[in-house]
Design a protein around this ligand. Structure first.
Ligand code: ME8
Length: 506
């Protein structure tokens, strides 16, 4: 099946942090998970290069806009490459094809008579790039996310009427309970739809904002950043110029954090509906990584964990695993260097040590060769099969945030079970007794086979480690396919004792 996974495209007013890394890693994990199940996935991430917030950063930098945008966008792209993120296309909204499609869509909606011009007064939060209602603000009259009072703005602009679509959207959400996941966010959106929707201001006068896509029907204006940015999800598929557009769009997944629920789950489906296009098939919405001080990490607040520092300390896979394993489904999740180190040690003790201990035993006592599975007793087999079936079950589920988090949990549990089995059977004692040779071989085979299954299952989360695990078990060209048949390790194959998967931290 053809599938399409997207992340938000990130603003360029700061450096990428753990929050951005997380959503883009999550998309990559989902892509690999789907690929292991035989699906053909197109995955995009990228940068949002227009609007007032980016414009002010360019002005502050003193650089030429193209130079600034290129440099800042490359920061994201380079980090994502470093994180092993296998995107198929890196979106940049400054791309001429994207701009052309934004203009075509605006013209279509304008020609349908859905856009009007009027003067407007409102409170604008530059951090959100959105007008705010008084009821959206905290007790100090500030934006709850950015802790800054929005600016009062009065100007003539173009507007897109949302209210005529409200009833349709409410029924769509109610009739498609899996559309917005987790369900609490669907309820949140339904809450926003209780009141009539204000007209969406879709333009900005060039006198205030010059960094944007010019309106095709008025040269004095640029397009509102959200109207432009959301279109990336279909301009990437070359909407309006691609006969196969529906093939991907009908199995599409938007990954976002809860900060951008309203533009994604209200403006975007309405824009598409006005164009006669179905909404995205699924939204997967996650919470925030909360930094020190207990507030959302953000560039504007300056309390971010630097992903490059984490990679330099503990490597890509440990960071990827930590993020997937520790984002709670119910809300926000704490992150700090100390917590990351704890997560690293857990991986090192759980999978890393086990792998090293058993491989060294094979090297020392079995001439480096994998023993035969014929010596396994019923208990050994039951353990391997239980773990294999557990992974098979997870890999047969509908893809969701929950499934991916269950996968991380299943890996840790399989590692725990293998460690408990290893400790209880004391192969280091068996190895010394020639009469127990068969039992020794059975314990070693069982442990190696569980490691093989873990290596397969962990691939989406920790691809380099997965490859290392499989290769250490004598599988020269590992294929990462969701086939969890048990007892496939071949006797006589040679194990390879390499460096530890997760060495002691400096
Ligand atoms: O909103 N925890 O860009 P943005 C978890 N350009 N995820 C986080 C996070 C945190 N603390 N901080 C950021 C924009 N993110 C628009 C999007 S899409 C058409 C346009 C992640 O740079 C998360 O995915 O503010 C969040 O939704 C996104 O970055 C916001 O990135």
């Amino acid at each position: 099946m053809e599938k399409y996974i997207t992340t938000p495209i990130y603003y360029l007013n700061g450096l990428p942090h753990i929050g951005h890394a997380y959503t883009s890693i999550l998309g990559d994990v989902m892509k690999k998970f789907e690929q292991m199940r035989g699906n053909d996935v197109y995955y995009t991430t990228g940068t949002d290069e227009h609007g007032q917030k980016n414009q002010h950063s360019i002005e502050d930098s003193g650089l030429a806009p193209e130079v600034f945008l290129q440099e800042r966008s490359d920061n994201f792209r380079n980090l994502f490459v470093k994180l092993g993120i296998d995107f198929d296309f890196f979106v940049r909204t400054s791309n001429p094809n994207h701009k052309k499609i934004v203009q075509e869509i605006l013209q279509k909606i304008f020609d349908k008579g859905l856009i009007i011009k009027k003067s407007y007064e409102g409170l604008y939060c530059e951090g959100c790039e959105q007008f705010k209602k008084k009821t959206d603000l905290d007790e100090n009259g500030c934006c709850p996310d950015h802790k800054v009072a929005p600016k009062a703005i009065s100007e003539e602009n173009y507007f897109f009427k949302l209210e005529p679509y409200r009833e349709w959207l409410v029924s769509y959400i109610k009739n498609n309970p899996d559309w917005i996941q987790p369900a609490k966010y669907a309820h949140e959106v339904l809450g926003m739809l209780k009141e009539p929707l204000e007209d969406l201001c879709i333009s900005r006068p060039k006198s205030r904002v010059w960094l944007g896509v010019e309106l095709p029907f008025d040269k004095d204006y640029v397009t509102y950043i959200w109207f432009d940015a959301l279109v990336n999800y279909i301009s990437t598929l070359n909407f309006g110029h691609n006969q196969d557009f529906d093939k991907r769009w009908q199995n599409s997944y938007h990954l976002i954090a809860k900060d951008i629920l309203k533009p994604h789950c209200i403006y975007w489906p309405i824009m598409l509906h006005a164009l006669g296009v179905d909404p995205v098939s699924h939204y997967f919405i996650h919470g925030y990584w909360i930094g020190e001080g207990g507030v959302k990490m953000s560039k504007s607040l300056g309390n971010v964990v630097d992903p490059v520092e984490v990679i330099d300390l503990m490597g890509v896979d440990a960071l990827r695993f930590y993020l997937i394993n520790n984002m709670t489904m119910s809300g926000d999740s704490q992150i700090s260097m100390d917590l990351l180190k704890q997560g690293y040690r857990m991986l090192a003790n759980n999978i890393g040590n086990l792998q090293m201990r058993v491989l060294k035993m094979v090297q020392k006592n079995l001439d480096g060769k994998i023993p035969s599975c014929s010596v396994l007793n019923a208990e050994d087999k039951a353990l391997v099969e239980k773990i294999a079936d557990g992974f098979a079950k997870i890999y047969s589920k509908e893809m969701s945030l929950e499934t991916i988090s269950e996968l991380a949990d299943g890996i840790v549990k399989a590692g725990d079970a293998a460690n408990a089995y290893f400790a209880a059977n004391e192969p280091w004692v068996l190895a010394k007794n020639p009469e127990k040779k068969e039992r020794f071989e059975a314990v070693v085979y069982t442990t190696l086979e569980i490691l093989r299954l873990i290596g397969l299952a962990i691939y989406p989360l920790a691809p380099t480690s997965a490859e290392k695990i499989e290769k250490s078990l004598g599988i020269a060209n590992p294929k990462f396919v969701a086939n969890f048949e048990a007892l496939l390790l071949k006797d006589g194959d040679s194990v390879v004792v390499g460096d530890p998967l997760f060495p002691m931290l400096a």
